[in-house]
Design a binder for this molecule. Structure first.
Ligand SMILES: CC(C)(COP(=O)(O)OP(=O)(O)OC[C@H]1O[C@@H](n2cnc3c(N)ncnc32)[C@H](O)[C@@H]1OP(=O)(O)O)[C@@H](O)C(=O)NCCC(=O)NCCS
Length: 143
């Protein structure tokens, strides 16, 4: 069972790739049963920050964790800024239902200086209906 608990800074500092993460207020340690497997957080207004411990990657945890944090923080929409060469992150986001913004929107963000040339912005939207049914499933499973 995956759960989100109090942020553990010492654990975070032990993680490979921690420099990719911008820390903020709303951060949690991710547990798989009693084992710490990663860190997840949302930076204002709705930017995902996530890092999974090396040996727990490529097991599909990303999607579960994204759905959990959206429920926990009551978010209908989550954004991710991803380096174009971060293939694992691009693949994980796609599998979890994120969509790359249109070229016009990406160009505008780049023009305004909100996005670098080597980055893309992806967004996951869930409808009110999906949000409620996801919440029921999470309550039912006791996650
Ligand atoms: C990004 C990250 C959170 C993804 O988590 P995850 O739980 O491993 O994601 P998933 O299990 O959904 O799998 C990712 C996919 O990328 C694939 N992948 C991983 N590394 C890859 C690589 N170097 N090249 C190509 N594909 C790769 C995996 O095989 C998997 O694809 P599959 O399901 O088709 O087999 C994790 O890789 C990580 O912590 N990275 C370092 C921190 C980071 O980059 N955070 C994101 C900042 S936006």
């Amino acid at each position: 069972m995956i759960s989100l608990k109090k942020f553990d800074k010492v654990f975070f500092n032990s993680l490979i790739d921690k420099e990719k993460i911008l820390l903020g207020e709303n951060f949690f340690t991710v547990f798989e049963n009693k084992t710490k497997v990663g860190i997840v957080g949302v930076v204002e207004p709705n930017f995902l920050q996530i890092i999974i411990k090396k040996e727990f990657r490529s097991k599909g945890l990303f999607e579960i964790i994204v759905n959990l944090i959206m429920e926990k923080m009551n978010l209908n929409c989550l954004s991710a800024t991803i380096d174009k060469d971060n293939i694992a992150s691009l693949k994980a986001c796609k599998k979890a239902g994120f969509k790359v913004l249109s070229k016009a929107k990406l160009d505008l963000l780049r023009k305004k200086g909100f996005l670098k040339e080597n980055q893309v912005r992806m967004i996951k939207n869930i409808s009110e209906k999906q949000h409620k049914s996801l919440y029921s499933i999470i309550l039912f499973l006791g996650l």
